[in-house]
Design a protein around this ligand. Structure first.
Ligand SMILES: [Zn+2]
Ligand SMILES: [Zn+2]
Ligand SMILES: [Zn+2]
Length: 340
């Protein structure tokens, strides 16, 4: 079968086609290079990525690296939108919203944490054993499994939950479990009430530390107010844990086969390696995904680019103090949004 005609017009022809319009199985990326210190009109990126396909089609796209300020900011904005959109959707679905913080176990002897709601001044606290046998480098790689354990436990008794979970890398400055411990910040939507003592007990069983925080987003509160704050905070954790903080996370995983000799290691060797935790995750029914937000933005940008290429575009003749464009008379072409 012959390769289809090249239609490098940005039309989205499905995942099996590359940007040049050729099938990915016949045409791939030949080379990629960062355009250092170059800005490309219409691309909000400090060092755009230049890609050459095997057919010769050249295209440029954003680098999407966390070291690039505009790309990192966009990543943060997308995550904030995912959090905010989901909170709205869950509230509309009639679920209650909760903010849950889960921590890695402490690394030294301590008294069992009393959640704020249950705390009475001067009440005795018993010795806690959540730190027993915990080595942070071994605990961190298990953090996501602990979350899966906990969320499954929370859905027992017929309760349904949806969530967005961000990973925070603890800097250990506030006397917490130490530098590089992973914490989870979760927006939880549940169709019933959650009890903080129950959630703490389930979190301990799942292998988290005893320090937890659970706050309801009050029904009376406009979700708008909270969503803005929460989404920014969580997106901040995501940005931090996807950036340079990754290098600070102790991470040791069992290796079962010797890479050089192919020999099976019994017991497995423990090797320090690059942390591979996910910076954020969410349930399928949360509301929307980072990918959807990105695709939506890209489709809009493509539409804008296409209409700009097709028709002479006359920009606004001026701007009102409130930021609204003033169009010449007759106004710009109907249905065409101005370029951003
Ligand atoms: Zn970039
Ligand atoms: Zn091609
Ligand atoms: Zn404890």
């Amino acid at each position: 079968m012959a390769a289809p005609q090249s239609v490098p017009d940005g039309t989205d022809r499905g995942p099996e086609f590359g940007p040049c319009g050729h099938q990915r199985s016949v045409c791939g990326v030949r080379s990629r290079s960062l355009m250092r210190g170059r800005r490309v009109a219409g691309l909000d990126c400090d060092e755009p990525l230049r890609l050459v396909m095997s057919c010769g089609w050249v295209w440029v796209r954003t680098c999407e690296r966390h070291g690039c300020a505009p790309c990192a900011a966009r990543h943060r904005r997308r995550n904030a939108r995912v959090v905010g959109t989901g909170m709205h959707k869950q509230r509309h679905a009639g679920r209650r919203l909760w903010l849950l913080t889960l921590t890695a176990p402490s690394t030294s002897a301590h008294k069992r944490w009393t959640p704020n709601q249950l705390y009475t001044r001067g009440a005795p606290r018993r010795e806690c054993d959540c730190h027993q046998g915990v080595v942070l480098a071994d605990w961190n790689p298990t953090a996501s499994a602990r979350w899966n354990h906990l969320r499954t436990a929370l859905t027992r008794k017929g309760r349904e939950i949806a969530f967005y979970r961000a990973t925070e890398v603890q800097d250990g400055k506030r006397g917490g479990p130490g530098r590089g411990a992973l914490h989870h910040h979760v927006v939880l939507a549940a169709d019933g009430l959650l009890d903080v003592a129950e959630v703490q007990a389930l979190a301990l069983t799942a292998g988290y530390g005893c320090v937890i925080d659970l706050r309801p987003v009050e029904e009376a509160t406009d979700v708008e107010d909270v969503a803005g704050y929460v989404s920014k905070t969580l997106a901040g954790y995501v940005a931090k844990s996807s950036g340079s903080a990754r290098q600070e996370v102790p991470w040791r995983v069992p290796v079962h086969v010797d890479a050089d000799s192919g020999e099976i290691l019994e017991p497995p060797a423990l090797l320090h390696s690059v942390p591979t935790y996910r910076t954020h995750t969410q349930s399928l029914d949360w509301g929307c995904t980072v990918r959807q937000i990105r695709d939506q933005n890209q489709a809009q940008a493509r539409k804008r680019a296409a209409s700009l290429a097709e028709m002479p575009y006359l920009g606004p003749v001026g701007w009102l103090p409130n930021g609204e464009p003033v169009w010449s008379d007759p106004p710009g072409v109907a249905g065409v949004s101005p370029p951003i």
